[in-house]
Design a protein around this ligand. Structure first.
Ligand SMILES: *Cc1c(COP(=O)(O)O)cnc(C)c1O
Length: 301
């Protein structure tokens, strides 16, 4: 299947005094810039599901997400581009004023179906949806693209670039699919480190492990202290670091995922987590659209 992304991602070396001081180097893989909507890791997690749907002549792709989900909007845009009807099962009652994310998903033709939080937790597909879309014509993609296909797609992130010389690969962790993909694609000498954006969700390790073959099950580490209050929560210090990071590097980040990744990276450097001589790859997994839910003026970019 032809790629729907516009370009191969750029690798941007960081020139930060802290790195020089600690005698390490680091680069950011700008997945945020590969497509205006299907940004970041989402294209990579979706591509094998999409190729499968097209190959099997499916008409509809159904998936799950919350009102601010990057996965929902990316899926809507990707489906529009490959000619699939997209259906989003959305967590919670329909709000009077839909989020930017959902309005945008709908503008790409995604049909939104709101379900109660309980029904969502059980990943129930409403009967009305079943009646509209024949199950045999429909492919179901789990929330966040979590699954074998998502993991294998994410593993191809590393084949976009000459990744072999990096000693550490870092990414933000939501479902663990991208992290598992990096662990799958990494060379044995590389340490794969995930920064969890969830508060004390220690089931992430097993979620990631489940996607990996037996010989790779311990090939990653997840760090939990960088949640800044929990999923989609933020603190003044997080927002301040995002602005400072932009001022120093020119790289924008989102407050749900990559802002926490970069803040964690700064902290880890300060604490000498990376031995001198380390070469760190930071995967910018995109998600900038989520910043639209912050009050205007919060961020300088
Ligand atoms: C979805 C998302 C993630 C989380 O990826 P997982 O594969 O679910 O762990 C990380 N960063 C951004 C920007 C995302 O949108």
């Amino acid at each position: 299947m032809t790629a729907i992304i516009n370009s191969i991602p750029a690798l941007e070396p960081l020139a930060l005094p802290l790195l020089q001081q600690k005698k390490i180097t680091a680069s950011v893989l700008r997945l945020d810039a590969v497509h205006p909507v299907v940004s970041g890791n989402k294209w990579y997690k979706l591509k094998i599901y999409l190729a499968g749907a097209v190959r099997q002549n499916k008409k509809t792709l159904l998936t799950f997400g919350g009102a601010f989900s990057n996965h929902i909007v990316a899926t809507a845009a990707a489906c529009a581009q490959v000619g699939l009807q997209a259906v989003g099962i959305i967590r919670g009652e329909e709000a009077k004023q839909l989020s930017h994310t959902l309005l945008e998903a709908r503008s790409y033709g995604m049909q939104l179906h709101f379900v109660s939080r309980t029904a969502y937790r059980n990943k129930e597909i409403p009967g009305a949806v079943y009646q509209k879309f024949l199950p045999e014509d429909c492919i179901v993609v789990p929330e966040g693209g979590y699954g074998q296909e998502g993991m294998e797609g994410a593993a191809t992130i590393l084949s976009e670039i000459d990744a072999g010389s990096f000693t550490h690969l870092l990414c933000a962790v939501g479902t663990g699919t991208t992290l598992a993909g990096l662990a799958h694609g990494a060379a044995p000498h590389q340490q794969v480190v995930g920064i969890s954006v969830l508060k004390n969700n220690f089931s992430l390790e097993s979620a990631a492990r489940q996607l990996l073959p037996p010989h790779q099950q311990n090939d990653f580490k997840i760090l939990h202290p960088f949640h800044f209050g929990g999923y989609a929560k933020n603190t003044p210090s997080l927002l301040q670091h995002m602005n400072e990071w932009f001022r120093l590097t020119g790289i924008p980040s989102d407050f749900v995922y990559t802002g926490k990744l970069f803040a964690a990276f700064t902290q880890l450097c300060t604490e000498d987590f990376f031995p001198a001589g380390s070469k760190v790859l930071l995967v910018h997994s995109g998600g900038l659209q989520g910043n639209r839910s912050l009050p205007p003026g919060t961020l300088i970019f």
